[in-house]
Design a protein. Structure first.
Length: 240
């Protein structure tokens, strides 16, 4: 066990060093939930377990208020988020961003944040709904392709938000590209389940959340790069 733990720490250090050279920094240290908390609370619920460098949502441990969506302590505006996820059979989750944490107005992360869907497409009922499948911009834009891997295998997801341009990447494939907050985007929202949600997609700075949907899901290698000006390119305008 000690040897395995040391190996994990060394591998994580190597990954973090490599990505730091590319401008990314880890926002999950692989050891604790530092930098994160359950939505509306000050600490992370115990259902969010750190196991061998992996963040695992355990629904069995989510009783008595120990679950809830996990959100970053910090807010982000222009960013490139990268992480890996996998799900158990019939599981559902999501990567939610631009979350405005004001629990007096918004009881849930998805009332304000946009979501990149995380899903077992074949086993979960949402897989039968257009714009609800893995990689979709949930209920707004369907993925142009579905490069999702089989249940139990790791997927790499990227969310790139830069001055209104949004790009979603799944396993190296560009699956959604759009511009946020323009007239076309407002039209998409008006035709979605969020049409009458006053705070939905209304904030251009916000927190990032990992969704508790009541099923097993795992995340690892969570890292982010931020930009302050338009002069810095995302790497997603012309390909990775």
């Amino acid at each position: 066990m000690i040897k395995n733990s040391c190996l994990i720490v060394l591998l994580m250090a190597l990954i973090q060093t490599t990505n730091a050279q590319k401008g990314f920094k880890p926002i999950f240290d692989g050891l604790t939930t530092a930098g994160w908390h359950s939505y509306g609370k000050t600490t992370a619920g115990s259902a969010w377990k750190v196991e061998d460098g992996v963040l695992h949502f355990d629904p069995e441990a989510a009783k008595n208020g120990q679950g809830g969506d996990l959100v970053t302590d910090l807010e982000y505006t222009n960013f490139h988020l990268k992480l890996e996820w996998k799900v158990a059979p019939k599981s559902n989750s999501g990567i939610i961003f631009y979350v405005h944490e004001d629990t007096k107005k918004y009881k849930n992360t998805y009332e304000t944040g946009l979501e990149m869907q995380v899903l077992d497409n074949d086993g979960h009922p949402d897989g039968k709904i257009t714009k609800h499948r893995a990689g979709d911009l949930y209920d707004l834009i369907q993925s142009v392709s579905e490069p999702v891997k089989p249940v139990g295998e790791w997927n790499t997801a990227e969310v790139v938000c830069k001055n209104g341009k949004l790009t979603l990447v799944l396993n190296g494939v560009f699956v959604v590209e759009t511009v946020l907050w323009d007239d076309n985007f407002k039209d998409l929202v008006s035709k979605s389940k969020f049409a009458k949600w006053e705070g939905f997609a209304a904030f251009k700075t916000g927190k990032i959340a990992l969704q508790d949907h009541g099923e097993n899901v795992w995340f690892r290698n969570i890292m982010i790069k931020e930009w302050n000006t338009m002069k810095v390119t995302t790497g997603c305008e012309t390909g990775m």
